[in-house]
Write a protein that binds this ligand. Structure first.
Ligand code: PLP
Length: 496
């Protein structure tokens, strides 16, 4: 393998030239480590020699030597006589992906297209540093914040207000990701308060929840786990891609009288569809008329890749609605910070439901989120531009290697949702393992079965990996077509 060589000037261009906080060797090592973890310094690159770097960066040779020694000790570089210091990522005990998300374990030669989640945003280590310096102020307290840190709740409330849904910080609960918020919402809504049950009347099943098909697999698992009976609305599909027919949803609600709904109107996972303004208003009217309390999952709302104005948030159109959101798709899923926006009259009920599940999100990660929100617009712009180019690259791979698959490139989100010429998505996901590719088959996204003709293809892995997806997909597809059985079409347990 040839090793890209990085000149000292280039390295300084990437990590900056100080000023270095004392001890300088530690801050220099930290700057290099930060650039490696956020991908600005590619794995495999060869760093300049200690002497060359010292001359360009204006530090002593001893300082650069100690910085390299620290990086070596932390496994960020591997130094071999004759071949210099090569950038690498430190090993993580047990790997970088949890066995619950990837039961067969991680394999470095495989391309993992099972998750719609990006790597950490640049500057996350800097944000941790700044947050640590604020943490001291919180240590004399107990650290339990079941509602969330007031400073973060204020920022989130203000963001809703600026989007057109006036929100008081008291309406915000900070949760363990959007998923944690959805679990609290489901639990609270299915556990109806007695006076509300009386108002709803006996004819309504309080366990029915309207969901789209396809939908986010973990939502299916959470809803079913909470005892919900799913009322499935199949998204329409036409030449423009997937969309919502609000008349059909209206009729379905009239017939089935669900208590609640879990919907993803903003760059829906897995289709990437975005609900238009007029449909939002029609849907809000229908939900209100049928007295359905919806939960809107806005996890992907900031992932519009084509610019343009976003339609109104559903919380601005339907006051008795719950919204969940998070920073997982913009900053990092590892922060596990999300939130819910709750109608005022439901706050107490939701807060007590939350206390039955956990006692709050970690203080440090909330502070890190506050720090990152300072440069939110720049972080979002960076994520969008990375995703846009990754989306186009993956779409080009699919079109040239499996040209008989149908693809409508979505205007946002993190995945393509491809239609196969035959219902063999489950077989394809099995065959793919023989070709170094991990996929999640369409049936995983089906609340009521089916969808074996569809395959989700996330474009969140690095571009050098995406460039290898086409040939692997084509080989796996040939194998899947030759398989006699179609493979199990049951759902996997958890899919991110
Ligand atoms: C629609 C949707 N909701 C929730 C989540 C989970 O997000 P979080 O990490 O904020 O819990 C995801 C992640 O893929 C998602 O796509």
């Amino acid at each position: 393998m040839s090793t890209p060589v990085l000149g000292a000037k280039r390295l300084v261009g990437i990590i900056g030239d100080g000023p270095w906080r004392a001890p300088a060797f530690e801050s220099l090592a930290a700057a290099v480590a930060a650039a490696i973890t956020d991908g600005r310094l590619p794995v495999g690159a060869r760093l300049p020699s200690e002497r060359e770097l010292a001359a360009v960066i204006g530090l002593s040779r001893t300082t650069t030597g100690r910085a390299y020694a620290q990086l070596r000790e932390q496994e960020y570089i591997l130094t071999r006589r004759g071949s210099g210091s090569i950038v690498q990522l430190p090993t993580v005990p047990g790997g970088r992906i949890d066995h619950l998300l990837s039961p067969a374990g991680a394999d470095d030669t495989e391309i993992d297209l099972t998750c719609t989640a990006p790597v950490a945003a640049p500057d996350i280590l800097g944000a941790y540093d700044r947050a640590l310096s604020r943490l001291g102020a919180y240590l004399p307290g107990t650290g339990y914040y079941p509602s969330g840190l007031p400073v973060l709740r204020e920022i989130i409330a203000d963001r809703y207000t600026r989007r057109g849904a006036p929100t008081d910080p008291d309406q915000i609960l900070i949760t363990s990701g959007a998923f944690g918020g959805a679990a609290i919402a489901v639990r609270a809504l299915l556990n109806v308060e007695p006076d509300e049950a009386a108002r709803l009347g006996g004819a309504r099943s309080t366990s029915r929840v309207l969901v789209e098909s396809p939908t986010y697999p973990n939502a299916i698992a959470t809803l079913e786990g909470a005892g919900a009976a799913l009322v499935t609305y199949p998204l329409e599909f036409g030449p423009q891609g997937h969309h919502w027919d609000t008349d059909a949803m209206d009729q379905l609600m009239g017939q089935m009288r669900p208590r609640s709904a879990y919907l993803i109107p903003d760059f829906h996972n897995p289709t990437g569809a975005l609900m238009g303004e007029a449909q939002r208003r029609d849907l809000a009217n229908a939900l209100r008329r049928h007295r359905v309390v919806p939960v809107f999952d806005e996890s992907l709302v900031e992932l519009g890749l084509e610019g343009g104005r976003m339609p109104s948030p559903m919380s601005a159109l339907i006051p008795d609605s719950v919204t969940v959101g998070s920073v997982s798709k913009i900053y990092w899923g590892g922060l596990r910070i999300g939130w819910m926006r709750i109608p005022r009259h439901r706050v107490d009920h939701f807060a007590s439901s939350r206390l039955g599940l956990d006692l709050g999100a970690p203080v440090l990660e909330q502070l890190v989120t506050v720090e990152l929100m300072d440069s939110h617009d720049a972080v979002v712009a960076d994520t969008r531009s990375r995703l846009r180019s990754a989306r186009d690259l993956l779409a080009a791979q699919v079109r040239s290697w499996v040209p008989d698959w149908k693809l409508i490139v979505p205007s946002g989100g993190m995945a393509l949702w491809a239609e196969l010429p035959e219902a063999r998505s489950a077989a394809l996901s099995i065959a793919a393992r023989n070709h170094g590719l991990r996929l999640v088959a369409g049936p995983n996204f089906a609340p009521a079965g089916g969808l074996d003709r569809w395959m989700r293809l996330p474009y969140t892995v690095p571009e050098p990996e995406l460039e290898q997806v086409g040939p692997r997909l084509a080989a796996a597809w040939e194998e899947a077509k030759a398989m006699t059985g179609r493979g199990p079409t049951r759902r996997a347990r958890i899919v991110a």
